[in-house]
Every structure is written in structure tokens, then in C-alpha cells.
Design a protein around this ligand. Structure first.
Ligand code: HSE
Length: 405
């Protein structure tokens, strides 16, 4: 019998309990042993919920029970999640978590703790919710050098940008609508400012190369400055605005960024709309591989957690090591990263054309029917060169990186 303890009976934790109960026959059959949830830890009571029978309020009960082999951490937040997870690993229990903040902050340390105690520390659900991406990066794509990762890693912002594109609405009204529908949090900062996607691309990049990409070091730009006019220009270019978490291997270094980007229909991520997430991975042998699915939601995310529970159960005697050390990446300085830029400046074409040419060199003009501003796409230039030219002009309204020729 494999006994599981679940820390946190929120959306994902209750989904884990549901899946272990409802798919018990399938899961037990596949791991070759019976599985059950022995305890659920939560501060709250749940009168009338069957979980009452296994509900505990004291973490020590789970930590000290030698019958508990695997602990699921679905509490969220850093503390006490970190202390609980560390204590479980030190007690030789495997831990499966959906907590991206915990993984982004403490990944290498907890992986090492797991190794030291012959346990597994697994976190498939921390990136892309129900989309299998962590294990494929660690196993199926093992023979490859990963050259590039680009992902639509946040459902809230993809929903907002999709609605803005399809309805021509402005950011604020779509955000309010998304909040009313439960697609955006009451405090949407982590999503709309790109912080959530930043942690996710840091985790994926670290796993792809086995070194630690600290999310604090990643340039991160959210979608709050994207306006309905930007979307109208994207339409004129037959493009869509998406927010990507991306990283790329350049020589011995890696460049990484979270930012809105214009993509055209040739990009496999172009048709990923609404709350869906997708991750495009380029391997030097396999080529482009795309992973698509629900990046959030109770059962999708819980399914990924339970897949980790099964992985831990199958490898109880010999946990598979996750390659992610605390050796730091050498990052390409942000100012040296290259891109094409879509730029809008205030004033008419007559006011701007010559000055823009002088500052940016040859550009391609974009007309979306707004007489009071002038828009163009630059050649590929560095971030540093963009900043310098934009400063010289002094009348930039907005810029979006462009990922097509
Ligand atoms: N807030 C996240 C999103 C949930 O919108 O994608 C999953 O991390």
C-alpha cells in the first residue's frame, strides 16, 4: 500500500484527493500497488466533506508517520511550504508539488535534499498546469541539446490578449471581465506583470541545461502597456500579440526574457488562444516539439501532480535524479539581446519619418489608420541599440518585440 499525505486542501489539493479516489483502480494497476490518501492537512475544517475522516491540522502527524511514503504539497506560497517539504524529504519521503514559487526559489536545494535522502522531489504541475513538460524535458528530450524554449506560460494573460484581439477591447475592460469570470485573480499583478511566467521559464531553462537560472535575473515585461491600438497594428501586420517566456542558447550563454511579442501565423504558438498554454521546444536533433494544454484548473493541474505521485511510487527504491544544480548560468547581457521591434511614436508620418530613419536606420512602416501617430518595424537590433534610438527620438508611445521576418 502506498500512502499519500496531502498538504493543503485547496483547488489543486482537493483535485489530487479526487483523482486518487476516482481513478484508484487505474492508478493502482499502473503502479502495481494499492494507493490511498491517508491524510489531508489543512488549517480549515470541511464539515460534511468526506475529507473530514482523514483531515489533520498538525503537520507533525504526517511527517512522523512512517507509513506515509509520498507527500503532495499543494499549499502554495513559500512558507511554511518550504519548511514542510524540506522536513518531509529529510524524513525520506518523496514530495510532489504544484508550487512554482517554491520550485523557482528552492529547486536546486530541494533536489539535492531529495538525493541525499533517497527520495524524489517532483514538480510537473509547477509549469503549464496539466501539460506534460517537465518530465519530457528530463527524459524524452534527453539526447538533444535544447536550443530554444518559447512558451505561452500564463493562461490569464493569454486570455486577456486573446479577448483584446478578438473584440478590439482595451486592457482594463478585458481584465475586469476576466476577473468576473474567475480567469484573473482579484490581485492580477503576478500574471499581468509577467512574474508568474518568469518563474516558469526560469524552471524550464534550468531543467533544460541542468544549471540554475535565477528568475530575478530575467528581464520581465508584462502586458499592462498593451493597448487596443497595438492590437490594431498587429492585425495590420497579420500578427498576434502574445506574451512569451523564452530562452535561447547562444554559444555558451543563455538569453532569457519574458515580454509581449508579435508573432505571425507561421509560428506554431499563433493559434494558442484563450486560457490555453503551450510550450515550443527546439532540440538540435528532434527539431521543434510543441506541448499544448490547460495551464491551470483543478483537475488538469491535479492530474500532473498525481502523475508525479505515480512516478515517485514506481521509483520508490531508486528515485530518478532531476538534473538541476545550483551552478549559475552565464546570461547574455540583456542589452546585447537581439530582436526586431514594432514601435509607435506620437505625431504624423511627415513629422517622424526622417527622424526615425536617422535613429533606427531602415524601417518598415505600418499603417493601421491612426493619423496622430507613426508606426514602424525595425531591422534586427540589440536591446541596447533600441534604447539609445528610442531615447534620441523621445516620443515613443510603445514598443513590442517582433518574432518574424
Ligand atoms: N495564474 C496562472 C495562469 C495559473 O494564469 O496561468 C497557473 O500558474
Amino acid at each position: 500500500m502506498i500512502n499519500v499525505g496531502v498538504l493543503g486542501y485547496g483547488t489543486v489539493g482537493s483535485g489530487v484527493v479526487d483523482i486518487i479516489r476516482d481513478n484508484n483502480g487505474i492508478i493502482s494497476g499502473r503502479i502495481g500497488d494499492e494507493i490511498r490518501t491517508k491524510y489531508v492537512l489543512d488549517l480549515r475544517d470541511f464539515p460534511g466533506d468526506p475529507v473530514e475522516e482523514i483531515l489533520v491540522h498538525d503537520f507533525e502527524i504526517i511527517k512522523n508517520d512512517p507509513e506515509v511514503h509520498i507527500v503532495v504539497e499543494t499549499m502554495g506560497g513559500l512558507h511554511p511550504a518550504y519548511e514542510f517539504v524540506k522536513a518531509c524529504l529529510e524524513a525520506g519521503k518523496s514530495v510532489c508539488t504544484s508550487n512554482k514559487a517554491l520550485v523557482a526559489d528552492f529547486g536546486p536545494e530541494l533536489i539535492q535534499t531529495a538525493k541525499d535522502h533517497n527520495a524524489s522531489f517532483l514538480f510537473e504541475a509547477s509549469v503549464g498546469g496539466g501539460i506534460p513538460i517537465i518530465r519530457p524535458l528530463q527524459s524524452s528530450l534527453n539526447p538533444d541539446e535544447i536550443e530554444e524554449i518559447s512558451g505561452i506560460l500564463n493562461g490569464t494573460t493569454n486570455y486577456i490578449l486573446t479577448e483584446m484581439t478578438q473584440k478590439g477591447s482595451d486592457f482594463d475592460s478585458v481584465l475586469k471581465e476576466a476577473q468576473a469570470l474567475g480567469y484573473a485573480e482579484a490581485d492580477p499583478t503576478a500574471d499581468v506583470e509577467g512574474h508568474d511566467a518568469c518563474r516558469k521559464i526560469a524552471i524550464l531553462t534550468s531543467l533544460a541545461y541542468g544549471k540554475n537560472l535565477d528568475f530575478h535575473d530575467i528581464y520581465t515585461e508584462g502586458i499592462t502597456k498593451i493597448t487596443d491600438r497595438d492590437i490594431a497594428y498587429a492585425n495590420a501586420l497579420q500578427a498576434k500579440v502574445k506574451i512569451f517566456g523564452s530562452s535561447k542558447k547562444i554559444g555558451d550563454q543563455v538569453s532569457a526574457m519574458v515580454a509581449p511579442v508579435m508573432i505571425d501565423a507561421a509560428n506554431p504558438l499563433y493559434s494558442v488562444d484563450g486560457v490555453f498554454n503551450a510550450i515550443l521546444v527546439k532540440g538540435n536533433m528532434v527539431g521543434d516539439v510543441m506541448f499544448y494544454g490547460q495551464g491551470a484548473g483543478k483537475l488538469a493541474t491535479a492530474s500532473a501532480v498525481v502523475s508525479d505521485v505515480m512516478e515517485a511510487a514506481i521509483h520508490m527504491d531508486k528515485p530518478a535524479g532531476v538534473q538541476w544544480t545550483d551552478e549559475k548560468f552565464s546570461l547574455v547581457p540583456f542589452a546585447d539581446s537581439k530582436s526586431r521591434f514594432f514601435v509607435r511614436v506620437s505625431g504624423t508620418a511627415a513629422d517622424n519619418a526622417a527622424k526615425v530613419k536617422e535613429a533606427f536606420g531602415a524601417v518598415k512602416e505600418v499603417d493601421a489608420g491612426f493619423a496622430d501617430e507613426y508606426a514602424f518595424v525595425t531591422e534586427e537590433i540589440t536591446e541596447g541599440a533600441y534604447e539609445k534610438a528610442a531615447e534620441t527620438l523621445g516620443n515613443v508611445l510603445n514598443k513590442i518585440r517582433v518574432a518574424f521576418a
